[in-house]
Design a protein. Structure first.
Length: 461
């Protein structure tokens, strides 16, 4: 662990987090919970609370295996993006291009053809489920049954008109992965995601060797306070949407991958530009408060943009969450029907992100102005208006007085060559990232200031 691990502020915050988690498990009389905090490429804290198995008094730990349910969808979307980057498919390919059997009763013949993008953004208009009561009897359909029954199902909405969460759509996306990769879905995920990320305790179909570390799934307590053990289900034909299992430690590696440049050692698991593409909004709710990236939920909590996914399946409630800009991630895995990791994950992020920002994040670079830069200061104008070059907080900046709040217009001037600066500021400022070039006269004063491609000329006193 890096030097910031010794920070008293960080250690105090982690103690507060531990006390909070212990209180949640104790007061709500939950079986257990395992949680973790990621910063950048490192799982900086991980701990279990309560029990993975009440009868055996087996404690929950960061190595305890939980069914992660719908978090599986993010792995399916990652696989789709890998295949896209390899040129084996395009997101706007019709699903039927890769799956000849993809047919259903289309209520909207004039609607757009359903594409792979629609599947992983939940905008296909397909039903939420395959037509089986598996959320009641835990008897999931086989692949063959899911495919056969699809022909008899009808779409709920035209594609690309509404967000409609669909396990069926992500199951079909997993079928695309298998078809295009020419290997079973579970083998592809193992070889292309789990293995390179060293997620040795993760699986698509839980092997017998992992059973000993599996958290027991519990129902809500009865009137007498006792809990029934629920069956550990096999999602069968819905596997790509719900069947994966993992641990806090492994999901720490997975979140670190999402917060990094997409590499695992020397191997590129996914291009960094593709990760950014996954983390961008591709479907925005009418409220403008949340939406979906590619297989990932994206929403705002105050000024913070969060990416992640929750999961819910028989006896397990789970959530992963990360803030790409701050490189902070949260993992919360539970083994009971009445746990609420969805709310708790957000609370953990609110508790830890400010501390990590102050303790771990490097301070933004400051380029203290050289006193000789006074020669660049002054007012410059053209037919569009004027700008001022001045010192502000020991930095050389450009200011546009036409802004309602001129402080919002400030752009720092970062030196890159003689008389040449790079302008840096907030998103939305039109000239950020471009050059500001001073053409100096023989008298040592600017003859002009070129901002990008536009010239401004000094205003004489």
């Amino acid at each position: 662990m890096k030097s910031y691990a010794k920070s008293k502020e960080l250690q105090t915050s982690l103690k507060i987090l531990e006390a909070w988690a212990e209180e949640k498990v104790s007061r709500l009389r939950l079986p257990g919970m395992a949680a973790g905090i990621v910063y950048d490429k490192e799982l900086i804290w991980a701990k279990g609370f309560g029990f993975a198995d009440i009868e055996r008094q087996k404690p929950a730990t960061p190595k305890t295996i939980y069914r992660i349910a719908s978090i599986s969808k993010t792995f399916t979307a990652t696989a789709i993006m890998q295949l896209r980057d390899r040129g084996l498919l395009q997101l706007d390919d019709p699903v039927s291009k890769h799956l000849m059997w993809f047919k259903f009763k289309n209520r909207f013949p004039e609607a757009p053809t359903i594409t792979i993008r629609h599947l992983i953004t939940h905008t296909s208009g397909l039903p939420r489920e395959s037509p089986f009561s598996y959320w009641n009897d835990y008897n999931f359909p086989t692949r063959e049954e899911m495919i056969e029954c699809l022909q008899k199902q009808e779409n709920a909405y035209p594609a690309e008109t509404r967000f409609k969460y669909s396990n069926l759509a992500l199951a079909i996306a997993g079928e695309v992965v298998a078809k295009v990769a020419k290997q079973p879905y579970e083998k592809y995920i193992q070889e292309n995601i789990f293995d390179p990320l060293k997620m040795a305790s993760s699986s698509v179909n839980l092997p017998k060797s992992h059973m000993e570390r599996l958290a027991v799934p519990y129902d809500r307590p009865k009137a007498d306070g006792l809990r029934e053990i629920l069956p550990f289900t096999d999602s069968k034909g819905i596997t790509p949407a719900a069947n994966l299992s993992s641990t806090v430690e492994d999901l720490g590696r997975y979140i670190s991958f999402h917060l990094s440049d997409g590499k695992a050692g020397k191997n590129t698991v996914l291009k960094s530009s593709t990760l950014r593409e996954m983390h961008r909004i591709h479907w925005l709710y009418p409220s403008w408060k949340q939406g979906w990236g590619l297989g990932i939920r994206i929403y705002r909590d105050g000024e913070r943009t969060l990416c992640g996914h929750g999961g819910s399946v028989s006896g397990y409630r789970t959530k992963i969450l990360f803030a790409p800009a701050e490189k902070v991630g949260v993992i919360c895995l539970t083994n009971s029907e009445d746990a609420d990791p969805y709310t708790w994950g957000d609370q953990m992020m609110r508790m830890m992100a400010p501390t990590l920002a102050s303790v771990c994040a490097p301070p933004p670079p400051r380029f203290k102005a050289d006193p000789s830069w006074k020669k660049y200061t002054g007012t410059f104008h053209n037919s569009w208006g004027e700008v001022h070059v001045l010192f502000h907080k020991d930095e050389l900046v450009i200011m546009d007085p036409s802004y309602e709040n001129p402080f919002d217009s400030l752009m720092k001037l970062i030196p890159i060559a003689k008389d040449v600066f790079r302008m840096e500021g907030e998103d939305g400022q039109m000239s950020i990232g471009e050059r500001a070039v001073f053409d100096m006269g023989r008298d040592g004063k600017p003859k002009s200031l070129r901002i990008g491609a536009t010239y401004h000329y000094p205003v004489k006193p």
